[in-house]
Write a protein that binds this ligand. Structure first.
Ligand SMILES: [Zn+2]
Length: 525
């Protein structure tokens, strides 16, 4: 039976036909887009009709950079963010309470602590945690995702002792006198994953994914690209299982971690393998500056990109600092495109957080797409205003400058680093406004267009540009005949609400592949 949506303000994100008032859905696909009479003419006799009550209908939002399994773990773990705990004493108390409810042998995981927001202005250490949870392994993740603190039992299980050498990509923080690890580990998430394997059960993951799905569909997110740098066969089987059991309520594109690439290829998993629900995406490569040196060095990065391309994969390279952004842009300019394939998406620079004008030119020349996180301005902007060099502030997440230079840009949340709600990010992309209502200065106002175009541009980065970034433009990213029927009816029109209300927009009705996946009380007529 066809589904007919009428009386909508349709923002199609299709430049050839930007607006409409009715949509016909047949099966999982959009069959027609137009006004009510043309839609009724093309719908079957027994079509179900939904009156959209004049609300705004957009394509399902795409989160182009997220860490789904880490976000799931964060939903279930202890919230250690600044909204929940303000000192190490409070943090320890929360761990203590969690330990009392947690069977021995299970990990206690905490998420989102911020050393700069704690009263003591330092990271917690192993002793802080040993005192309150001596019999459990404890791991607290920093809000950045680039640090974690383990207690003594946790360190022991991870095989980290005084004589354990630092891995090349990270740092084991040590007491300068005794040489003993303090518990603080920098950029060692991959190392810990290798040492510890998964620390949550299938049932826990399934429960958490269901909760995350409800959140995302309520925000209007229907597709997520998972940017896990260690994604391999085990993550692929987890995502496939979550699809088969119906636990995961959104479409997933799983990037392949570079270290796992050969494993995936040996099982015939290539870029684009899978179906509309679960696909293999780019190769994810981490380029970090944690140790003070670029890791991997640019020559190695180049070989990694060439190897990925040779195997038919485009790459998505994590680059935050100017040095890293410059290195990846240079490498991508030198290596050319993915070999022998049509329809593969562009290579990507993930984050591109610090990007002064001279670098923007380099990024443009590289031909890469930038997948960035305007929500960092919202959630972290107040901290940037305190801590980042004033000269650098206008060059943080310079979305308007990148756009003016014709660099293709798409948006992701990077959850769980910040929350997976796309709307605060859309708000900050338009206003550069922070959570506390301050503003990060902009590099230049020249060329900025009116309100509508800017908001529409921000929506494009979460729809049509998101589809480009994952290589699914033929099937996603706009409301056009032949595309997947992933649609979101919003409780406010983003192009006409006051800017400050952008961050509070929610879905009233989310349709995924022609089926109603989320409904806040809209009735059929
Ligand atoms: Zn990330």
């Amino acid at each position: 039976m066809d589904l007919l949506l009428v009386n909508a303000r349709v923002l199609t994100m299709d430049r050839r036909k930007p607006s409409a008032t009715a949509v016909v859905i047949r099966g999982d696909t959009i069959a027609a887009v137009g006004d009510r009479s043309t839609a009724e003419a093309s719908a079957g006799n027994h079509a179900r009709t939904i009156n959209c009550q004049g609300l705004t209908l957009i394509p399902g939002l795409i989160d182009s950079h997220c860490h789904i399994l880490a976000q799931v773990a964060a939903i279930q773990g202890l919230d250690c963010g600044p909204d929940s705990v303000s000192s190490i004493a409070e943090l320890a108390q929360a761990v203590h309470q969690r330990a009392a409810q947690t069977p021995i042998g299970h990990w206690i995981r905490g998420y989102g602590y911020d050393d700069t927001a704690l009263a003591e202005s330092r990271h917690p250490n192993r002793e802080d945690l040993d005192t309150v949870a001596p019999h459990h392994a404890v791991r607290l993740n920093h809000r950045s995702g680039h640090a974690s603190v383990l207690n003594s039992l946790g360190l022991q299980l991870a095989g980290i002792h005084a004589d354990t050498p630092d891995p090349p990509e990270g740092v084991i923080d040590r007491n300068p006198v005794t040489g003993q690890p303090t518990g603080l580990l920098l950029d060692m998430a991959g190392y810990l994953r290798d040492q510890l394997g998964r620390t949550s059960s299938d049932t826990e993951v399934e429960e958490g994914v269901k909760r995350l799905s409800a959140h995302l569909l309520g925000y209007g997110v229907t597709s997520v690209q998972d940017a896990g740098p260690s994604n391999g066969l085990s993550q692929w089987s987890t995502f496939s299982r979550l699809r088969d059991t119906g636990a995961i309520g959104f479409r997933t594109t799983m990037m392949a971690g570079f270290p796992q690439l050969q494993d995936l290829v040996s099982q015939d998993l290539q870029w684009g393998t899978g179906d509309d629900r679960t696909r293999v995406g780019h190769v994810k490569i981490m380029l970090t500056l944690t140790t003070g040196q670029l890791y991997p060095p640019p020559e190695t990065l180049r070989e990694m990109v060439e190897e990925s391309h040779h195997l038919g994969f485009p790459v998505a390279v994590h680059a935050v600092e100017q040095e890293a952004v410059a290195a990846v842009a240079q490498v991508l300019s030198q290596v050319g495109l993915v070999s022998g394939s049509r329809g593969t998406p562009p290579d990507r620079i993930e984050h591109c957080s610090e990007c002064p004008a001279a670098l923007i030119e380099l990024v443009r020349e590289s031909g890469a797409m930038v997948v960035t996180q305007p929500a960092f301005i919202y959630w972290n902007g107040d901290r940037y205003l305190e801590q980042v060099e004033p000269d650098l502030l206008p060059h943080l997440y310079p979305i308007a400058s990148l756009r003016r230079a014709s660099v293709p840009v798409a948006f992701g949340s990077d959850a769980p680093v910040v929350r997976p709600n796309p709307w605060p990010g859309i708000y900050s992309a338009v206003t550069r406004g922070t959570r506390e209502g301050r503003h990060i200065p902009e590099w230049s106002d020249a060329g900025t267009t009116g309100h509508d175009a800017v908001v529409l541009d921000a929506l494009r980065m979460h729809t049509s540009a998101g589809a480009t970034s994952e290589g699914s433009s033929r099937r996603k990213g706009s409301i056009s005949p032949g595309k997947l029927a992933d649609l979101v009816l919003l409780d406010a029109d983003p192009t006409s609400v006051e800017y400050h209300r952008l961050k509070d927009i929610r879905s009233v009705l989310t349709i995924l592949g022609g089926s109603i996946a989320w409904n806040e009380g809209l009735k059929e007529i």
